[in-house]
Structure formats: C-alpha cells, structure tokens
Write a protein that binds this ligand. Structure first.
Ligand code: TEU
Ligand code: CA
Length: 536
C-alpha cells in the first residue's frame, strides 16, 4: 500500500450556513469558521470539508452556483476564504472545498446566455432537447423544464434552478479545469466532488451515472488539475460498489483519492424512499460495512454516518433520549476503528440530534418541499402526518439546524434570529457543556482521533486486516482489526436491550469503553468496548 497523508486524516465537514455567524445576520459565515479553528484543533481533526460558499441564489443552499470563482457575500469574500486557508494551515488543518460541477445555477452567466437563443455560443454548455424524456428529478417532478423563448426543454437532474452542464462539450471541460486550478493555486487542500458519477451522463442513451465517459473525464481532470498537487479528492457516488470504487480510487488509476459510497445509507428507506422510513436492517448494515472493509483492496475508503444531506445518526440508529451519550459513543467507536478516512459532520461530535419543527413551512430544504409537493399535494400518496414522519426521521434539514455552541441565546450561533430554527435541546446539548464534561461524546471523538493518529495501534487501525465476528447476531456488532503486531477487538451492543456477553476476551486489555466498568457476563444498552492485545 503506497501510503498517503489522507490515510491518517480525520475530516470535519462544515455546513457554513449553520456553523457560526460572525456578523450577526442569522447566517453562518467564513469569519465565524475562522473564530472556531481552535475548537477544531482541540478536537484533533486535520482536514475541513467546506460545503459550498460560492456565489449562489441559494435555491439549494449553495449547491446551485452562479460564480465558481467568487464567494457569496452572505458568507464573506475571497479575502476571508484565503484567510481561512492560511489560519487553518497554521494549525496544520487543510481546507477541502465542495465542487459542484455536474450542474450550475440557472442564474450562472453561462445559462443566462445559453437560454437566449439556439445558436448562442453557450447553448451547448447545457442539455437542450425538443422533447422531454421520462427522467424524473431527484427532488421530485420532471427533470425537464420547457423554455418558451427557444421552444426547447433543458435537463436538470436536481432542482429546476440547477440545469445540468453538458460534459460532452469540450468547452465545459476546459471551464471546469480552469475553475479547479483557480482554487488549487490558492492553496486549497482538495475537493469533495458533488455527484461526480453523473458527469459521464449520456442522456439520449438513457445513461445517467457511471457512464462510459466518466473515468476518462476524471483521468483528464486529474492530469490537468489536482493530479499536480498533493491534495485530497473525494467523489460523491451514490451508486458505487467496492469494485466500482476501485476504478475511482486505486492509486494506479490516477483519478480520485477516495469516494463516498451510500449503500448503508438507504437501509431504512421504505417503499417511497426516505419519506416512508422503515426499521434498520441491522445484519445488512454489518454486511455492507464489512464488505467495504474487505472487498476494497486497491482503493481507499471513506467512513461516515452523517453529512448535510443525512439525518443525525444518534437519532437515526442510536437512541437520542435515554441513551444519547452511550449510543453516540457506540456509533463513533464502531465507525472510527474501521479502515478508511473518517468524516465527522458538524455537531456529530457533541451528539446533536434530529429536530421536529411543527410545520412543513418551518423547513427550508428544496428536497423536502419538492417531495411534499409530489407525494402530499399532487399524487396524494401520503398524508401530511405520514410525510412529516419521514421528514422527522430522515429529512436533510435535521443536519442543518444551527450549531449548538452554548446554552445562551440562539445557542451562541448568532445574536440574530437564525435562518432556520434552533433545536430546543441546545440548553443541554452544546459545545461548552461537552468541553466541561470529561465523559462527554466530544472526548470520545477526540480520543478516537488520537488512537488513529498517535498511538501504538495507529498502523493496525490504518492498514490492519478486518474480520467481522458474530456475523448473524441480531444485536451485536463486533469485528477485529489485526496485523503482525496488534489485534484490536470491537465489541458492541447496537441496541438498548441488555444481552449476554458471548466472546472470550481473556488476555485482552480494555483501551476504550462507553461505560466506566466492564462485567464479563453481559453487555448493557449500547455498551461498546475496544479490547487490544499485543501479538509479538
Ligand atoms: O447530493 C446528491 C444527492 O443526490 C442527495 O441530495 C441525495 O440524493 C438525496 O439527499 C437523497 O435523498 C448532492 C449534495 O450533497 C446535495 O446537498 C445537493 O442537494 C445535490 O447534490 C445537488 O447538488
Ligand atoms: Ca453571518
């Protein structure tokens, strides 16, 4: 395995809108992030992934970009982002930017030109057809929008305000190359590439993701941009499997460092996806995560429970009431002892939970509103109550409530009314109380990062082999990591019911647990222990 710096990294994802508001307009900003670098340094992370801060009309909160080479005034300006790079680097923290090049905003100058006429020089920057196909948008509704001026339809895989770029057009490829190099020359630490599996689409052949042109395109982008820097690149690829992941991340491929796979993220989606949540298929979870540990031989894995599109994991698959602390620590330990680069989403490290706003009007997310329109208003497949259950359990805004810094007004996020409602539990769940409590979830994350980065077990965690134990057990998640020097054994009760402790742990030392003691005959609710044994 040729070792790379990101093999040892732990990445912290920031959703800038909700992280810290420095100028008290109710919206998070870059200066707010700069003011919290010492907190992130204390946690011990070494990479920040920043969700988009580019100029945007904010129909999809920045994933609809109207100027790739400028910062939206609501977040600050280019000088602020350069200050962030500099100050983060002073802490040894790299900044990775989110790059959304599958589509632009419909307010991007390219699109404003493209829609003017069929023979406009920018017409073929986008995908225009005389007739729509049956393809539907990720956010509900058709993915074709009629333009009466030129009497054609344009393709938008996401919101109508997010027209897809035409990656079959060499000019689009050249534009992307210059945007990527603009940021690389500013000293960026890398990119998270939004829905990158879609840029190989061939609409007329009904090819959307993983098209035949995808990997040649990634090789070209690598060669002409990030491949000339020692940076981290992570692709968002919803449909990937381990062998597909190798195509992206095997070093010999010269494409990306790693990808986000989402196989485990749909295990509790029901007949209408996330809007009809179902019980977690626990054995499915163990098998999928284990498959990604053993089958991705030449590539590199990312490890995550949360991001800005996903609900809070302690509410989703833990217990955010009676056992919030124990279950949040359980989930952290299970993930962070695996092989791959772990990603911590803002607030995960203090056990922030899902939110329940009283009305659909309290929600901001374009995806939530798109499917409310589709399933409740138009197709009447779900009642409001049924739909809200899906929003409460799996909606994206669960991840986007303002970060909870302390128990003061607006949780210390802002001195103004925040752009979206604060979770009422901020009085007890916040950074200040977490830092004051040596038994808090925060210190479990901090210790896990130290275990990975600076312990005798580092090499075993980074590169050791993986074996799932008790594969068919209905509530225990247990696996071991091992190399010639050490064996680490993770033993976890994934549920609330106390169960018999089935493993022989004679000769092992306990190096971390979410309980203060260990009785060898049973595992209490969410009880999770890391055992270690020196082999030589
Ligand atoms: O998300 C890709 C995406 O498809 C997710 O929105 C996901 O499909 C959906 O939430 C599943 O229910 C990326 C960004 O992470 C997301 O925030 C953007 O909305 C989307 O692309 C468009 O840029
Ligand atoms: Ca602000």
């Amino acid at each position: 395995m040729n070792k790379k710096w990101w093999h040892k990294s732990v990445v912290y994802q920031i959703y800038p809108r909700s992280f810290m508001d420095n100028n008290n307009d109710g919206i998070g900003d870059i200066k707010g992030i700069i003011s919290k670098l010492d907190y992130l340094n204390n946690l011990g992370i070494d990479v920040i992934w920043l969700s988009p801060v580019y100029k945007s009309p904010m129909k999809d909160n920045g994933y609809d970009i109207s100027d790739y080479c400028d910062v939206d005034p609501m977040f600050g300006n280019l000088a602020d982002i350069e200050e962030l790079f500099l100050k983060a680097n002073n802490y040894g923290i790299k900044v990775v930017m989110d790059l959304v090049i599958n589509h632009t905003s419909d307010q991007h100058p390219w699109f404003l030109e493209s829609k003017k006429s069929k023979d406009n020089p920018f017409r073929d920057y986008y995908i225009w057809r005389d007739e729509p196909s049956e393809l539907s948008s990720v956010f509900g509704g058709s993915s074709w929008e009629y333009d009466p001026l030129t009497k054609q339809y344009y393709f938008h895989h996401f919101a109508v305000e997010q027209p897809d770029l035409n990656w079959e057009n060499p000019k689009v490829i050249e534009e992307a190359i210059s945007i990527i190099n603009f940021w690389l020359e500013k000293g960026i630490g890398g990119f998270r590439l939004d829905v990158i599996d879609l840029i190989g689409k061939e609409i007329d052949k009904k090819i959307l993701s993983n098209g035949p042109r995808l990997h040649p395109l990634l090789k070209k982008l690598n060669k002409e941009t990030w491949g000339n820097y020692d940076v981290l690149t992570v692709g968002e690829t919803w449909g990937a499997s381990p062998d597909v992941a190798e195509l992206y991340s095997a070093p010999s491929r010269n494409e990306l460092s790693m990808i986000f796979q989402f196989e485990h993220q749909t295990l509790d989606w029901g007949k209408l996806g996330k809007w009809t949540p179902k019980e977690l298929d626990f054995r499915g979870l163990k098998n999928i995560l284990s498959k990604w540990q053993t089958d991705l031989v030449n590539g590199w894995n990312s490890l995550f429970w949360n991001n800005h599109d996903l609900p809070r994991i302690v509410s989703r698959w833990g217990n955010d009431k009676k056992y919030r602390i124990e279950s949040a620590k359980m989930l952290a330990i299970i993930l962070h002892l695996m092989k791959g680069t772990p990603y911590i989403y803002q607030g995960e490290e203090i056990g922030m939970t899902n939110v329940m706003y009283p009305s659909i009007n309290d929600y901001n997310d374009v995806e939530i509103h798109g499917f409310y329109e589709k399933f409740v208003i138009k197709e009447k497949l779900l009642t409001v109550e049924e739909f809200m259950k899906g929003v409460y359990k799996l909606g994206r805004d669960n991840a986007r409530t303002p970060f909870q810094w302390n128990n003061l007004e607006n949780a210390g996020f802002s001195k103004n009314i925040p752009w979206i409602g604060i979770n009422n539990n901020y009085k007890t769940i916040n950074v200040e109380s977490a830092l004051d409590d040596s038994n808090s979830i925060f210190y479990t994350y901090k210790n896990l990062i130290q275990l990975r980065k600076n312990s005798v077990y580092s090499n075993t965690i980074l590169y050791g082999q993986y074996e799932l134990l008790l594969k068919d057990h209905k509530s225990i998640f247990s696996y071991r990591r091992f190399d010639e020097f050490y064996e680490l054994l993770v033993l976890s009760n994934f549920y609330e019911i106390e169960i018999k402790q089935p493993l022989d742990v004679e000769g092992y030392e306990i190096i971390m647990s979410n309980y203060s003691d260990f009785s060898n005959h049973s595992l209490r609710p969410f009880e999770t222990i890391i055992f270690a044994k020196k082999k030589l």
